[in-house]
Design a binder for this molecule. Sequence first.
Ligand code: GDP
Ligand code: IMO
Ligand code: MG
Length: 421
Amino acid sequence: MNTILVGAQWGDEGKGKIIDVLTEASDIVVRSQGGNNAGHTVEVGKEKFVLHLIPSGILRPKKKCVIANGVVIDPVALVKEIEGLEKRGIKLAGRLLISETAHLVLPYHRKVDEARENRKGRNKIGTTKRGIGPAYGDKAARTGLRLIDLAQPKVFSAKLKARIEENNAILESLGGEPCSFREVEKAYLEAARKLRPFITNTVVWLHRQLEAGKSLLFEGAQGTFLDIDFGTYPFVTSSNTTAGGSCTGSGVAPHRIERVVGVMKAYTTRVGEGPLPTESADISDMLHAMGREFGATTGRARRCGWFDAVATRYARMVNGIDELAITNLDGLDTLKQIQVCVAYECRGKRLLYPPNDAEELLHCRPIYRKFPGWQKSTTKVRSFKKLPVAAQKYVTALAELTGAKLRIVSVGARREQTFRV
Ligand code: GDP
Ligand code: IMO
Ligand code: MG
């Protein structure tokens, strides 16, 4: 079975953890969009891994992983990630394949990202400053450089020189620091040498695997409301984080996909700016006091709020979510009462789906349904029927409000703190 896994909220839903669990029954894990703005945490035994560009499936020794064409790759960061995993005993040779048509994130992308954010001041997006927006911008403008260019040093150098000239002029106008052509050329050609054994035509490779009966698992990055089309624009990332992005980002056709799994937390979080209708200082303070909800990539404190079923209902629709994985249920263990947003009230109207205008979203007031808490630890629970009854009712209601089947519940960061429903 070929499966797409997506985040149904604002990112950091626990996709890495659920991918690790689902990888057991798959052959190949594919990243198809985003870049090292992603931070996917997997805890196995006493070890904790945070993956940025490499699919989380890499932690299962027999599985293969693909970074496909839709991902934007900072090759220097990728080499660091590969070496970091190898140092920890994870073997990557023959197991990791990287698309030659994936676009490069270059140092000027990072600098432009940062300079634009600084100029926006209070209106900033709160990006990860990894250069993701400018890199996808160059791709759409047809001025991007790809991994395939890196394979031909002379061609790469000529293209890079022209791009650096243009971007240094942009950086000057934005008040940013220029890039040195020689430094970038040296660092990127060195990274290219290290990446060479992994780079291939991943479209053809993936189709050969499909013909051989292998199953694919697509690891979404970010989440539905960070999608460039369906998110809270402009407070979004620059790729399609929703299910369709997995197909365009890999060259695997939609009819090959048999299942879409949506991952959502039992509450809501968001890192960076932009509307978050159910945001609650009480929940944020409680989770931060427990040492939870700090970003895996930037370390920033995540904003937290009650579960928003208006959002997840929309996520179910645009992704075609069949099955749900609910994570971080244990985060609510101590609460006496839990609220769930079932609709928005906006200028006198009751809305079941979020409005498209981020400004309008700021005027939406959540309409809450109250649920009794269970006030018991769930972290040792390993089956649905062992959950406190109030917790069973709560997760069942989240699935019903979202409109998809509940399949997985997660009650802790570790692999074994997961059960199927
Ligand atoms: P991703 O970007 O969607 O992969 O999610 P992140 O790794 O950025 O953030 C999810 C965080 O929640 C990580 O710290 C995970 O280790 C942690 N996590 C995932 N599932 C659970 C869970 O059920 N309970 C607890 N306590 N932590 C979880
Ligand atoms: P994972 O895969 C949460 C957010 C940033 C910012 C916006 C744009 O770990 O869920 P960008 O650097 O992409 O231009 O930033 O998107 N963002 C994420 N938030 N999880 C992520 O990835 C994110 N990747 C980007 O905080 O608001
Ligand atoms: Mg994350």
